[in-house]
Design a protein around this ligand. Structure first.
Ligand code: HEC
Ligand code: HEC
Length: 396
């Protein structure tokens, strides 16, 4: 090879590298160079970040699913505010929307375990189905109709791009246009590596490229041990048989008896209860009263980046959330209010008839008052040290 040819190939390689890096997205993820997004997903990303598609003109999907906050809420509010004036409090906490691309529609698995679905109660069957809701949700982007959304879309900076992909007359068919819009959002969430970067310290550990500290190693063991945290029973931590890295959720549902959160305005009404699965839209599980109070197991990836925990945002630190887990039954007076007669109003976010459905059989909840909690204070700190290895963007 001549020196000149070598120089040329070298320069071409650099150009190719730069193109690959810039082609995907503006995401900061190390894996952004993996593959550029399809035209549909590129459009989906613009839609995801576009505040002009809301009644307030100030809210987009990204407002509640902020890339810098692992695509969860950017603040510690129990629920985000939406509506035309951004003064309508939502009903539940904004989850991280990373690592959902392999989730399925809601179903009962071979053992009858409720599994899959999108939202805390699995009511949306796919990312596309999910994406249709916030645009017309009164406490979210609050458009009055699908036609209203498409009218705004037709005036967006990328409207011509939308027409190029879906036809120049697409805006004359609002229902059709809305289906394309939600499909583009699904495509973005499925394709963009920023939504599943697998770039945490724990991923590097699984690749054999990073070591865990002593404390993180102890935390992982406590997380897995069935007689200690038993966390992996619902938040799996091992590689699958195909070598894929764990998502720290099995997409199943459980009733943890999380205490009522007075920060949610809806809870001012003592007769109101958010019953999760059995009360979800459509009423398909209304007869399954055993599922009242059950919510989806969230992924624990990036959990240390989150600032509010559980479906009702009741806890604001990992220390509090984990102490609740292990002391819920040993020291219930620490977590629930007292009744007039001095007894503890345990599981106060459920009507008395449904309190027996709370999981009290599996560790770490299989205890009673006066028993030793499954994890000591120091062991909780070890588990938290381990959970911090699950944050994306590890830079040694
Ligand atoms: C005002 C805040 C807000 C806005 C705006 C918003 N979301 Fe959400 N998102 C939430 C909340 C809260 C939930 C959980 C609601 C529930 O479970 O009932 C959620 C749930 C989700 C889920 C399901 C997560 C899971 O684990 O199943 C996805 C996916 C999602 N949102 C994507 C989007 C997209 C796409 C948009 C824009 C079209 C959007 N969100 C706009 C607050 C918001
Ligand atoms: C029996 C199943 C089960 C076990 C065991 C379990 N979890 Fe969970 N976890 C859940 C469910 C279900 C939720 C959501 C509950 C809700 O919001 O009502 C959850 C939520 C969480 C959250 C809040 C995450 C968020 O984004 O809101 C954290 C943190 C958490 N679990 C950590 C742990 C740890 C640490 C352990 C072990 C000590 C553990 N879990 C054991 C089922 C389980």
């Amino acid at each position: 090879m001549t020196g000149k040819a070598f120089q040329w190939i070298f320069a071409a390689a650099i150009v190719a590298m730069l193109q690959a890096c810039g082609g995907g997205s503006s995401s900061s993820s190390a894996d952004a160079r993996e593959s550029p997004l399809s035209a549909q997903a590129t459009l989906g990303k613009k839609i995801f970040e576009d505040v002009s598609l809301s009644a307030s003109g100030r809210q987009s999907c990204a407002s509640c699913h902020d890339a810098a906050s692992a695509h969860a809420a950017p603040n510690d509010l129990a629920a985000q505010f939406g509506g035309a004036l951004l003064d309508q409090q939502g009903e539940r906490s904004s989850p991280s929307i990373r690592y959902l691309s392999t989730n399925s529609a809601f179903h009962f698995d071979a053992e009858g375990t409720p599994t899959g679905g999108f939202f805390w109660d699995g009511r949306a069957t796919s990312l596309q189905d999910q994406a249709a809701r916030p645009f017309v949700g009164a406490r979210e982007m609050a458009n009055t109709s699908v036609a209203d959304v498409i009218d705004k879309l037709s005036r967006a900076s990328y409207a011509a791009e939308f027409q190029r992909l879906f036809g120049t007359d697409i805006f004359n068919r609002p229902d059709d246009a809305f289906a394309r819009l939600t499909l583009a959002l699904q495509q973005f969430q499925r394709e963009d590596p920023a939504l599943r970067p697998f770039s945490s310290k724990f991923d590097e550990f699984l690749r054999g490229k990073a070591g865990l500290t002593e404390q993180e190693t102890r935390g992982l063991a406590l997380f897995n041990r069935a007689d200690k945290g038993n966390c992996a029973a619902c938040h799996p931590s091992s590689k699958a048989s195909d070598g894929s890295h764990p998502l720290f959720t099995d997409f199943s549902y459980d009733n943890l008896g999380v205490p009522r959160n007075t920060e949610l305005a809806q809870n001012a009404d003592p007769a109101f209860f958010d019953l999760g699965l059995c009360a979800r839209e459509g009423g398909d599980l209304a007869a399954r009263t055993d599922l009242c109070g059950a919510f989806k197991v969230p992924s624990l990836r990036n959990v240390a980046v989150r600032r509010v925990y559980f479906h009702n945002g009741r806890f604001k630190s990992l220390k509090e959330a984990l102490t609740f887990y292990v002391q819920r039954d040993t020291n219930p007076e620490k977590w629930y209010p007292l009744n007039a007669d001095g007894t503890v109003d345990k599981f106060d976010d459920l009507p008395p008839a449904h309190r027996a459905s709370v999981n009290t059989s599996e560790a770490p909840y299989n205890r009673g008052p006066g028993d030793t909690p499954a994890l000591s204070d120091a062991e909780i700190d070890d588990v938290i040290a381990f959970l911090k290895t699950l944050s994306d963007g590890y830079a040694p």
